[in-house]
Design a protein around this ligand. Structure first.
Ligand SMILES: Cc1cc2nc3c(=O)[nH]c(=O)nc-3n(C[C@H](O)[C@H](O)[C@H](O)COP(=O)(O)OP(=O)(O)OC[C@H]3O[C@@H](n4cnc5c(N)ncnc54)[C@H](O)[C@@H]3O)c2cc1C
Length: 339
């Protein structure tokens, strides 16, 4: 398949915020050869490259004066199977949720709590995607990436990825590695994680007694559909801020003014606060300025009601950050990648 470079292409269909910026160049990579060819041409032409998947964790604040390389590689396979533990692999451009559903259809457990997260397999390690008490680090078996500095293929183990909360070595070194394919260690026996949010309750409401991985996936999908806006209907990038970890002293200080503070003690001695709760207490829930706003039900989600620019979204986010810092002394960190 020959590779077309489209000039001055709109990125609106390539980001879930629906921000209408232009890419100087846009190309789709369907396989490793096309990835290499695009990167080599870009080096020769001295054009920077921005790799994207589903654009569900991006906020574009300006036109992208670069080659935007959209990962469109497909393929998923079972690499090894000892009857109980099964390693599966998927290409970077595989859409995440259909990949999760495929793994469940093979009778494999481990990815069910990560159902309905938008985006691609290749981007999932970037921020160690997580939901409902599970992160990909819990089932990660390895990944293959291209080192963009040397052109060499690199194999990453769990240790190399240095996964943290919405964090990884890839996120800390943007543009260094292009992830080509990712492997997961799944199991034929379910080890159910039901204690986060209303998952157990939802299964009980549905009258499900024999809990399966597919039942957990369905329950989480239904909760997420109720809770989060569908980007096809209302532009957003999911949670816009990370949940901050603060000192016990600061958490106690806030609690003196807000006795119902939502706080989770961490193993390292810090306390994780719910960013959405802080934003809601500060009165931002449902706030709207033109087409940029905070979701009416979910304060952690910033939304584009239609024609907001990325700069307007960023401006709103920065004012929320400043307000939370002033009121609570807590610095909120943005989760999406701002370009
Ligand atoms: C409604 C909604 C709900 C969400 N819920 C969750 C959630 O529960 N948990 C969670 O963790 N996230 C969540 N997200 C955020 C997002 O879906 C994930 O971060 C997802 O993994 C991003 O995938 P993507 O393909 O869209 O990445 P993009 O947005 O396209 O890219 C994200 C970053 O990864 C880089 N990148 C993309 N592909 C590659 C590659 N192959 N190699 C190297 N770098 C690459 C990009 O340059 C960029 O820096 C949600 C988003 C939305 C819109």
């Amino acid at each position: 398949m020959t590779m077309q470079w489209q000039e001055h292409a709109s990125l609106k269909p390539f980001n879930t915020f629906g921000i209408d910026v232009k890419a100087r160049w846009l190309a789709q990579a369907h396989n490793d050869a096309q990835v290499r060819s695009a990167l080599e041409s870009a080096i020769q032409r001295q054009i920077p490259v921005l790799v994207i998947g589903g654009g569900s964790n991006m906020l574009f604040t300006r036109d992208v004066d670069a080659l935007v390389l959209h990962m469109a590689s497909r393929g998923r396979r079972i690499c090894s199977d000892d009857g109980e533990r099964v390693v599966v692999e998927a290409e970077a451009g595989e859409p995440w949720h259909p990949f999760v559903q495929w793994s469940l259809a093979q009778g494999l457990c481990g990815l069910e709590n990560l159902s309905l997260i938008p985006g691609t397999v290749g981007a999932a390690p970037m921020q160690n995607v997580g939901a409902y008490g599970v992160e990909i680090k819990d089932v990660f078996a390895g990944l293959t990436a291209l080192d963009r500095q040397t052109g060499e293929l690199c194999e990453f183990t769990l240790e190399h990825c240095a996964f943290g909360y919405r964090d990884s070595v890839f996120k800390r070194n943007p543009g260094r590695w292009l992830i080509l394919r990712v492997r997961f260690l799944l199991s034929r026996t379910l080890s159910a994680h039901l204690d986060y949010g209303p998952v157990r309750q939802r299964l009980q409401e549905q009258g499900i007694e024999a809990v399966t991985a597919q039942a957990i996936s369905d329950a989480i999908s239904s909760i997420r559909r109720e809770k989060l806006p569908d980007p096809a209907e209302l532009g957003n990038a999911g949670s816009f801020f990370k949940n901050p970890v603060v000192s016990v002293a600061l958490a106690e200080q806030i609690r003196t003014h807000y006795p119902n503070l939502v706080a989770y003690p961490q193993a390292d001695g810090g306390v994780k606060l719910a960013a959405g709760w802080l934003i809601e207490q500060a009165g931002w829930k449902g706030h709207r300025e033109g087409d940029a706003g905070v979701h009416r039900l979910q304060s952690l989600v910033l939304v584009n009601h239609g024609l907001a620019s990325g700069a307007q979204m960023q401006d709103l986010a920065q004012r929320i950050q400043a307000d939370i810092l002033e009121r609570f002394g807590v610095a909120l960190e943005m989760e999406p990648n701002v370009y």
